[in-house]
Design a protein around this ligand. Structure first.
Ligand SMILES: Nc1ncnc2c1ncn2[C@@H]1O[C@H](COP(=O)(O)OP(=O)(O)O)[C@@H](O)[C@H]1O
Ligand SMILES: [Mg+2]
Length: 254
């Protein structure tokens, strides 16, 4: 499954967690600048698939990733699992927003500024400016600009999700991994996140795990379906458009 302008190339990639093969035989390219959706039933390995791309599966003891993952940068191609890119740099370039917002127990501003200072050597002033820009990009600035010192845990679920997205954006990533970004939110908050994703489309390569066929039809350029430990199919949004599609029903019944 090749594309013209890939950002990632996976060659025969597999993941073993706790002695169990979770994913195997993944051969796929992810297009640069596109929104690629990953769908499949619960437990099919969607989150594990995202974690391949930023090497986060390796946080689990005993995890083994096999095969080859190539990341296509502007000036070169690196094999991420051969340590051709330092891990902090890979995680900066490939930002991730988790299914449940993981805000840090500190102020709204420091949720973004602190990692920039401690990991990336920003001055305090640079980090504050970057935080403001990221909050604007994540469409949160107007809601929090008068209480940047407040504890981030006092924000609503949708605001926390946007804060986590702002934290990833502040790192100036090339790829955003979004794991079911609207699943823990109510209708209005989910709609807000979807509008935000629309505004980010084209500017970032996005890999989005989603359960909702409607969401995918509206937002995806490309849909990967995981089943039986591997990529079972690749669909264009038009394939699942229309209310009478059996495929669409199957996708939504997960
Ligand atoms: N850290 C882990 N250790 C062991 N097994 C795991 C771990 N994370 C996920 N799994 C297993 O891998 C499979 C795929 O999980 P996951 O990628 O979370 O699926 P999905 O996101 O599609 O629901 C599940 O069977 C799950 O139990
Ligand atoms: Mg998951």
């Amino acid at each position: 499954m090749e594309t013209l302008n890939p950002v990632f190339t996976l060659r025969d990639v597999g993941v073993i967690l706790a002695g169990r093969e979770i994913l195997a035989g993944l051969n796929v390219e992810i297009s640069k600048g596109a929104a690629t959706f990953v769908m499949g039933r619960s437990g099919s390995g969607k989150t594990t698939f995202l974690r391949i791309l930023n090497r986060l599966n390796e946080c689990f003891p005993g995890c083994r990733t096999t095969g080859e993952v190539l990341l296509h940068l502007d000036d070169r191609v690196v094999r991420t699992y051969d340590d051709e890119l330092p891990l902090p740099e890979l995680r900066r370039l490939v930002g991730m927003v988790f299914q449940h917002p993981n805000v840090l127990p500190m102020s709204i501003e420091n949720n973004i500024a602190m990692p920039l200072v401690t990991v990336h050597g920003f001055t305090r002033g640079q980090a504050r400016e970057a935080a403001r820009m990221a909050l604007e990009e994540a469409r949160l600035w107007d809601e929090v600009s008068d209480r940047l010192g407040a504890d981030a845990r006092t924000l609503s679920g949708g605001q926390q999700q946007r804060l986590c997205l702002a934290r990833a954006l502040a790192m100036n990533p090339q790829v955003l991994l979004l794991d079911e970004p609207t699943s823990s939110l109510d209708y209005t908050a989910a709609k807000g996140i979807e509008e935000l994703l629309t505004s980010l489309k084209g500017r970032y390569t996005m890999v989005v795990v989603s359960h909702g066929a409607d969401f995918a039809v509206r937002q995806a350029d490309d849909i990967l379906v995981l089943r039986d430990k591997t990529i079972h199919g690749r669909l264009a949004p038009r394939d699942i458009e229309g209310s009478d599609s059996a495929l669409r029903e199957r996708l939504e019944s997960f």
